[in-house]
Design a protein around this ligand. Sequence first.
Ligand code: ADP
Ligand code: MG
Length: 287
Amino acid sequence: MEMIEAKNLVFEYIRRDEEGNVESIIRAVDGVTMDIQRGDFVAILGHNGSGKSTIAKQINAILEPTEGALFVDGKDVSDLDNIWEVRQSAGMVFQNPDNQIIASVVEEDVAFGPENLGVPTEDIWVRVEESLRAVGMSEYRSHSPNKLSGGQKQRVAIAGIMAMKPKCIVLDEPTAMLDPSGRKEVIRTLHELNEKEKVTVLLITHYMDEVIHADKVIVMDDGKIVMQGTPKEVFSRVEELKEHRLDVPQVTELAWELKKAGVPLPDGILSVEEFTEALCRLKEKRG
Ligand code: ADP
Ligand code: MG
């Protein structure tokens, strides 16, 4: 069943002068059609300005579609009556964890969302405990969020969303402000939530190496979907990715360069392990 379904989705930022005349129109999302199935881990990749955040805001009913249709868990986001249900189905995590953490103690911060939803107090604490466990932050429950690393703060923000029991989490460049180890922590956490808690994940990023374990990768440029497929399919098309101003993972690029130079390697190598295996197989063949 579809968790997110977009049909010819369009969004235009329209700027008007004081008299209300249109000064400029930016078509940030330009005819996007996509299906995200329940339980999937989907990544949206794209250079700056390709329309990723605008789509995320549409999914969260912050921006209303200019044209086309968008359904979240079967609900039309353009229908004002659905806004709260849509927001509860699809929880959002943003770039900067500091803007998302409000309480001075981790567990209170995670409790904030379910409290606002009117969840009974006993249930709130069960949810807080489960959510902190799911992101591996239980031992920090009585700490101050200020003292946590960026990756830990982002995991607390994710726990806060999980505590509201969404069916889907949409993350808009959640690792952009983190160091490499923080980035890995967050991506690992997302995969665990997807596998164990069966939460649908829509990860928006411009880091290619974060999407190699996704079920599906969607590449956007200039408001449009320009490529999509499994990570292997998408990363086999190195030249096209470069045209869309995306860097491929180093090992993928190295394998691709070697292949161009005549080394018979398979397309779409995504990890160092895969690369070394392929090289070993070559060596065996040549004996
Ligand atoms: P991304 O998240 O991929 O970087 P965005 O969705 O933020 O892309 O932006 C898509 C396009 O819309 C860009 O051209 C950007 O300049 C424009 N844009 C984004 N936000 C606004 C806004 N509030 N007003 C006008 N134009 C905007
Ligand atoms: Mg953005």
